[in-house]
Design a protein around this ligand. Structure first.
Ligand SMILES: Cc1cc2nc3c(=O)[nH]c(=O)nc-3n(C[C@H](O)[C@H](O)[C@H](O)COP(=O)(O)OP(=O)(O)OC[C@H]3O[C@@H](n4cnc5c(N)ncnc54)[C@H](O)[C@@H]3O)c2cc1C
Length: 377
């Protein structure tokens, strides 16, 4: 009998998983890939959109390009997940699975930070980044804050990237001297697992006059007084606030019985949840890696290899190692990178590759490779 595999979410995890399954098994399996959107956007493209480096339409990659043997894409919203029965309902119907993979990512809870919606901005959603295209060019003097409101949050280097790219944007417009940029983060260092990366970023902040505010979260925004209130009750005035909103699992996951302490726990080697035949990969889990596309993709590869081994009666793959790397925009067209290994049983460690034009080209290649393998573009 043909195995039915249902993959919820066509982000980094879902796209990599279905691509691997199709390449290895083709028509020998029936894969249904479900996403509420009609297009994918790379997380890092939001930085390009907010600073006007790319128009929004250029970063949307339509799912209609997916043409893979054995894979059917459905643009539907998942409304219930029953992990015991391995069944789901959506805005378009109902699905039963032999293997169910939850790759629904993290949603945002902007309302969890009082005043953020009324008085600030967030750039973590595509809509938020699009709004900022209009807002940022109007800022030409005063205080800008890039502020994290809660942990965990996606792509830990992204707040540093926003501060550095804002510096470039304001410098290019000749208004940098009239502006202060502050970066509020809940860590003692910008990228805690990699002291070298943190050192590189702190040097870049110092050189550019960016004010680094460590070990603090933004608890609330007072829109009337235009101040950010931090978790030690201190206040910072702002004219432009770029926030990283609170993250949470999508409602449908919260209601499914799959979560504990807000996220989906999984076996860190196999990515299986406590429900047999139900896996979870990526930002929706509490697997112990950073929340970033490269880790979602790495976890998806392990699940794909397990499914393939099961069908072909091959050896089970080695377990997930939580290894990945992230590119970091340093501004002036230069990109650095940090390679981190979580899940080795020890504190995560990272290796830093300094900002260069070569790494900027490598990042473009990273995106192009995925456009080609996931969408055939
Ligand atoms: C500003 C910024 C910069 C970033 N830079 C990087 C970077 O340089 N490198 C990197 O690796 N990562 C980066 N990231 C993080 C990266 O984008 C995410 O970690 C990654 O997308 C997570 O992959 P995922 O597959 O777990 O979830 P996602 O890619 O978020 O996919 C989840 C999918 O589920 C769908 N979905 C959710 N709920 C439902 C529902 N009820 N019904 C149907 N579909 C649903 C969503 O539409 C989405 O397509 C960045 C993120 C941001 C915000």
């Amino acid at each position: 009998m043909t195995q039915k595999i249902v993959v919820l979410g066509a982000g980094f995890g879902g796209l990599e998983l279905t691509t691997m399954l199709s390449e290895a098994l083709g028509d020998r399996i029936e894969v249904t890939l479900i996403d509420r959107n009609d297009h994918f956007v790379f997380g890092f493209s939001k930085l390009d959109v907010m600073f006007g480096r790319q128009p929004p339409e250029a970063v949307r990659i339509p799912y209609r390009h997916i043409a893979k043997k054995g894979v059917t894409f459905r643009q539907e919203t998942v409304t219930t997940i029953d992990p015991v029965a391995r069944s789901v309902t959506t805005s378009g119907g109902a699905y039963e699975a032999d293997v169910l993979v939850v790759a629904l990512g993290a949603d945002y809870d902007v309302e969890a930070t009082p005043g953020l919606a009324e008085g600030g901005n967030e750039y973590y959603s595509v809509a938020g980044a699009e709004r900022l295209r209009e807002v940022i060019p109007k800022f030409s003097s005063g205080n800008a804050i890039v502020g994290v409101t809660s942990t965990p949050f996606k792509c830990p280097p992204a707040p540093s990237e926003a501060a550095l790219l804002l510096h470039d944007f304001l410098s290019a417009r000749g208004v940098r001297d009239a502006c202060e940029i502050s970066l509020v983060m809940p860590f003692g260092a910008p990228v805690p697992p990699s002291p070298e990366t943190s050192k590189g970023l702190l040097t870049a902040f110092r050189e550019r006059g960016i004010n680094w505010v460590p070990n603090r979260l933004v608890r609330a925004i007072d829109p009337e007084r235009k101040v950010a209130i931090l978790d030690d009750d201190s206040e910072m005035p702002f004219d432009l606030f770029l926030g990283i909103p609170k993250h949470r699992v999508p409602d449908v996951v919260a209601e499914s019985g799959l979560t504990e302490d807000g996220w989906v726990p999984v076996n860190s080697l196999t990515l299986e949840t406590k429900f047999p035949g139900v896996y979870a990969v990526g930002d929706v889990t509490s697997v112990g890696t950073a929340k970033a596309g490269v880790f979602s993709e790495g976890a998806a590869r392990v699940v794909a290899a397990e499914i393939i081994a099961g069908i072909e009666h091959g050896d089970q793959p080695a377990g997930y190692d939580g290894r990945g790397f992230c590119y970091i925009e340093f501004g002036a067209g230069r990109v650095g990178s940090v390679e981190v290994q979580f899940l080795s049983g020890q504190a995560p460690t990272g290796t830093f590759y300094g900002a260069s034009l070569e790494l900027a080209a490598e990042k473009k290649e990273f995106e192009a490779k995925r456009r080609a393998s996931w969408f055939g573009l």
